[in-house]
Design a protein around this ligand. Structure first.
Ligand SMILES: [Zn+2]
Length: 284
C-alpha cells in the first residue's frame, strides 16, 4: 500500500494524541479500511507511549525536554498511572531498575520527540511552501500588469513624440510647403510640409480609396539627372479618404529633391514605382 507512506510520521504523534483533528480523521479513516501495516505501526507507537508512561518518573524527565510534548506525555502518563499500578521508588512497575528506566525513558522520549518534531516541521514546511506559491503567483500577476502598463505608456509616449514632431513640422516657419496636384484624376491636392530636421508630414483629404488592399506610396524624385525615384512611406486613407503620415527619416535631403510623387502600389509598397504618379508636387 503506497499511500501508507503519508502516515509514516504520524503514528507516534497519533499515539500521543498530538495529531491535528483533520490528520487524525484521515489516519483513522485509513485504519478503518483494515490496513494491517498501519495498524501494526500504531500498535507499536502505542506500546512505545505506554512504556514511557510506565517507565518515566516525573523527576528523571522533567529536566530533559520541555514544551508541548512533555505536557502530552505527562497527561498520558497520569492517565495510565491512575488506571494501573503506580511506580515504585527503586523499581518501576515492570520491574526494571530506576536508573535503567530513566535512561530508557529518555531514549523513548527522544524518539517520540524527534518523530513529533519532524512531523511538525514537515507541516510548517508545507505551509511555507504553499504561502510561497501564492506569493509567486501574486508577483507574477503584478509583473504582468506592470509590463502591460509600461507598454501602454511607451505607446502613448511614442504617439506624443510623433504628434510633437508633426506639430513642429507643421508650425515651424522654416518648413517647406509642397502642394501635390492630382494627375488626370478628380481629387483634391495633397499637402506636404518638409522640415530639414524633423522630416515630412503628408496630408490628404477626400482621397479616392485605392482598390483592393493597394496602398498609396510616396516617392522622392531626385534633382540629379537620371536619378531614380526613392521609395518612402505607404498609406491607406481612412473611411472618409483622409490621412496624415509622418516621414521621420526621408530617404534624401530636401535640397537634393526635385519633386514628391504619389503612386498606387500593391500592399507593402514597391522598390520602384509600378504605376504612373497620381499626385505630383515640385519643391519650390
Ligand atoms: Zn496503511
Amino acid at each position: 500500500m503506497s499511500n501508507c507512506d503519508q502516515f509514516r510520521e504520524m503514528y507516534e504523534a497519533y499515539a500521543l494524541g498530538a495529531l491535528d483533528p483533520p490528520e487524525r480523521a484521515v489516519l483513522e479513516a485509513h485504519l478503518a479500511t483494515g490496513c494491517a501495516e498501519c495498524a501494526k505501526s500504531v500498535a507499536e507507537a502505542r506500546w512505545l507511549v505506554s512504556q514511557l508512561a510506565y517507565l518515566a518518573p516525573e523527576a528523571a524527565t522533567s529536566d530533559m525536554l520541555k514544551g508541548r510534548l512533555m505536557q502530552t506525555v505527562r497527561s498520558e502518563a497520569e492517565a495510565k498511572s491512575s488506571s494501573s499500578v503506580s511506580t515504585g521508588a527503586t523499581t518501576t512497575a515492570s520491574g526494571i531498575p530506576y536508573w535503567l528506566s530513566a535512561s530508557i525513558a529518555a531514549l523513548l522520549l527522544l524518539t517520540l520527540y524527534f518523530a513529533w518534531d519532524a512531523h511538525r516541521l514537515k507541516d510548517e514546511l508545507r505551509a511555507a511552501n504553499e504561502q510561497n506559491q501564492r506569493n509567486e503567483q501574486l508577483v507574477a500577476s503584478a509583473k504582468g500588469e506592470f509590463a502591460a502598463t509600461q507598454q501602454k505608456l511607451a505607446a502613448m509616449e511614442e504617439q506624443m513624440a510623433k504628434m510633437h514632431r508633426e506639430t513642429a513640422i507643421l508650425t515651424d516657419p522654416s518648413s517647406v510647403k509642397i502642394m501635390l496636384a492630382a494627375q488626370k484624376i478628380q481629387a483634391p491636392q495633397m499637402v506636404a510640409m518638409w522640415h530639414a530636421k524633423y522630416g515630412i508630414v503628408l496630408t490628404g483629404q477626400k482621397v479616392p480609396m485605392p482598390s483592393g488592399n493597394r496602398v498609396l506610396q510616396l516617392w522622392l524624385i531626385p534633382k540629379a539627372r537620371g536619378g531614380k525615384p526613392m521609395p518612402s512611406m505607404t498609406v491607406r486613407p481612412d473611411a472618409n479618404g483622409n490621412f496624415e503620415v509622418l516621414v521621420s527619416n526621408p530617404p534624401a535631403a530636401g535640397s537634393d529633391t526635385k519633386a514628391l510623387a504619389i503612386t498606387e502600389e500593391p500592399a507593402g509598397g514597391s522598390a520602384a514605382p509600378t504605376t504612373t504618379p497620381k499626385w505630383v508636387g515640385a519643391m519650390t
